[in-house]
Ligand binder design. Structure first.
Ligand SMILES: Nc1ncnc2c1ncn2[C@@H]1O[C@H](COP(=O)(O)OP(=O)(O)OP(=O)(O)O)[C@@H](O)[C@H]1O
Ligand SMILES: [Mg+2]
Length: 246
């Protein structure tokens, strides 16, 4: 694709083009990605659902550049890509702020940006705490802050809420939506939870065996209501499509 055509897209735009990735541990080959293609508009929120092992984490790693695909390419309009995993992965020997600072180049380490980002995720005043003093939800907030302080244009989230209890998960889901809107981020969220996908996504992408099986638009006003008939209808459609996969 020509550079010129990229310029018309706002920051955060990405085009994932026929990605293929095969792992070959001990001689047996596993095709984790098998022609995955998706176009992501800047500022949008895409939610990816699919069975365990269908290639979701591999997809995010390839988009983030942590894994090299065997074929296909990712075209990205913007500066940085941030990725966050299911577990917070904070360094236990650094404070919360120390963990954030590590993600930044030298001159920004002491900027007000760190405090601002902590406030944004609801961890105001917790910069001096040690990771072991945080609850699971707080640790995920810290992990999100570490991603956000680098000011990514595209944020890749790999089941960031799955390990949390349902109260914390419901709360952080709302927070995540607010942060996405406030910062004008582009987000790709991987989740096992269809309701979470429909709550957050502009679209829900059902993935199967390394590629897109189906896309579902979610044309509902935000913030969304789980008890809404139209909300439940979309969930049921995705659930049924997922259930019909081999
Ligand atoms: N580093 C690796 N070496 C070998 N095989 C791998 C590696 N990473 C992933 N795989 C295999 O690739 C396939 C896709 O894995 P991936 O982690 O992307 O799935 P996933 O959709 O994220 O699953 P889950 O929902 O359980 O997190 C699986 O069969 C997995 O065993
Ligand atoms: Mg995974």
């Amino acid at each position: 694709m020509a550079e010129n055509s990229l310029r018309v897209h706002p920051k955060g735009y990405a085009r994932i083009d026929s990605l293929g990735k095969t792992y070959a541990p001990e001689g047996k080959t596993v095709r984790a990605l098998d022609g995955f293609s998706l176009e992501i508009e800047g500022g949008s929120f895409a939610a990816v659902v699919g069975k365990s092992g269908c290639g979701k984490t591999t997809l995010l790693k390839c988009v983030a550049g942590l894994e090299q695909p065997d074929r296909g390419k990712v075209i990205f309009r913007g500066g940085k890509i941030g990725i966050m995993f299911q577990d917070p992965r904070l360094f236990p020997w650094l404070t919360v702020k120390g963990n954030l600072a590590l993600a930044l180049p030298g001159k920004e380490k002491k900027s007000p940006l760190l405090d601002e980002t902590l406030a944004l995720v609801g961890l105001e005043g917790w910069g001096g705490a040690w990771p072991r003093q945080l609850s699971g939800g707080m640790a995920q907030r810290a992990s999100l802050a570490r991603c956000l302080c680098r000011k990514p244009d595209l944020l890749l989230l790999d089941e960031p809420l799955s390990a949390l209890d349902s109260f914390t998960r419901t709360h952080l889901r709302k927070e995540l939506e607010k942060i996405w809107r406030r910062l004008g981020l582009t987000v790709v969220l991987v989740t096992h939870d269809i309701e979470e996908a429909v709550y957050l996504g502009d679209r829900v992408i059902l993935m199967d065996r390394g590629k897109v099986n189906r896309e579902f638009n979610v044309p509902l006003r935000r913030p969304r209501d789980f008890r809404d008939g139209s909300f439940q209808k979309i969930c049921a459609a995705i659930d049924s499509a997922a259930g019909n996969l081999p």
